[in-house]
Write a protein that binds this ligand. Structure first.
Ligand SMILES: Nc1ncnc2c1ncn2[C@@H]1O[C@H](COP(=O)(O)OP(=O)(O)OP(=O)(O)O)[C@@H](O)[C@H]1O
Ligand SMILES: [Mg+2]
Length: 323
């Protein structure tokens, strides 16, 4: 049984089709990232899963039940996007309030609240009013609130929004621990570097359509390109390598680094042998991997040519021009 399953999910807001038939599955113990530009439909999908918004067509199931029932909602922790907690609460009293909403008994709440706040690093301020919290502290409180009832599924809409780099690392570590404990995490983020570090699988939504889906490793794999570097002062024998049938060229702005592209059926080994035969010393050799950000940009660009206008402007500038 999948923790989340949507089948041909559609949502219309009047004339606007925010989701155009999205099918995806999230399995137990995964950290799953949903990516997409502003307005792609990420929050809409999350709100359908939680029963905050009604689907127009298709199916959405959580833990084997139709999404949105009260019963299944209790097994889910949710950090909303742009949450506004009542600021007259203290961190502690807010947690106590949400705990009671989720049906956590009072004595369990007394034990659980300091633990959860400790986990996100704000236990020291739990008796201060929320209005005295920084943005990052409010975000951490929001995450703690989503963990209060030990939910099987944790849905986080932009979990590290406004959190400093150290705090983001702590939140990533927290997510890893929750995953180890068997929780499933579904998150939504614009920080692709972070998603790449933490997620098992990702889906890319583009104007309501799922355009890519897979493990981070699958999506970022870029076969047939290597980068290599020789020992200091040694010149790369581009012509001899070209004579073997390989295209090799220096990597712009990375002195000494050479990129070798393989054709179908070629391996890098003949190049390595040629270098050794010539007494050259290989100091670095890695198969190219693209970042999740590269994948995202290419996906968005191919789905909507011209979207990445900033890049085009950069390309048109003379070398050395400022952004
Ligand atoms: N209640 C609503 N009524 C009408 N249109 C809506 C409503 N909620 C969302 N939309 C529209 O649906 C589309 C998807 O919005 P959604 O909030 O799901 O995007 P998102 O991917 O979460 O974007 P962001 O990254 O900016 O948070 C947008 O065009 C948005 O304007
Ligand atoms: Mg959103």
């Amino acid at each position: 049984m999948s923790v989340i399953e949507t089948v041909n999910l559609r949502k219309r807001y009047g004339p606007l089709e925010a989701l155009k038939g999205v099918s995806l599955r999230v399995e137990k113990g995964q950290i799953y990232g949903l990516l997409g530009q502003n307005g792609a439909g990420k929050t809409t999908l999350i709100k359908i899963l939680l029963g905050i918004v009604r689907l127009t067509d298709g199916e959405a199931r959580l833990l084997g039940e139709p999404a949105g029932t009260v019963h299944v909602r209790r097994k889910v922790g949710y950090l909303p996007e742009d949450h506004q907690f009542p600021t007259y609460h203290t961190g502690y009293s807010l947690m106590d309030f949400y705990g009671s909403v989720y049906g956590v008994p009072a004595d369990a709440r007394r034990k659980k609240i300091p633990e959860a706040l400790e986990l996100v690093g704000i236990a020291g301020r739990m008796h201060s009013k929320i209005k005295t919290y920084s943005k990052g502290m409010k975000q951490r409180l929001g995450i703690a609130q989503a963990l209060m009832h030990e939910p099987e599924l944790i849905i986080l809409d932009e979990p590290t929004d406004g959190v400093d780099p150290m705090g983001r690392k702590e939140i990533r570590e927290l997510m890893s621990r929750l995953k180890e404990k068997g929780h499933t995490i579904f998150l939504n983020s614009h920080l692709l570097g972070e998603v790449e570090l933490i997620c098992d699988r990702v889906a890319i939504l583009q104007r309501g359509e799922l355009v890519r889906e897979g493990t981070v490793a699958e999506l970022t794999k870029q076969k047939g390109q290597y980068r290599l570097r020789l020992a200091d002062g040694q010149a790369f024998p581009t012509d001899a390598v070209a004579a073997l049938g390989y295209a090799a060229q220096p990597v712009a702005e990375r002195p000494g680094l050479i990129e070798v592209a393989l054709n179908e059926g070629q391996t890098i080994d003949p190049v390595v042998k040629l270098l050794a035969d010539r007494g050259l010393n290989l100091r670095h050799l890695v198969e190219n991997k693209q970042s999740l950000e590269d994948v995202f940009m290419k996906t968005v660009e191919s789905a909507e040519p011209g979207v990445d206008r900033k890049k085009q402007r950069r390309g048109a500038r003379p070398v050395g021009g400022k952004d």
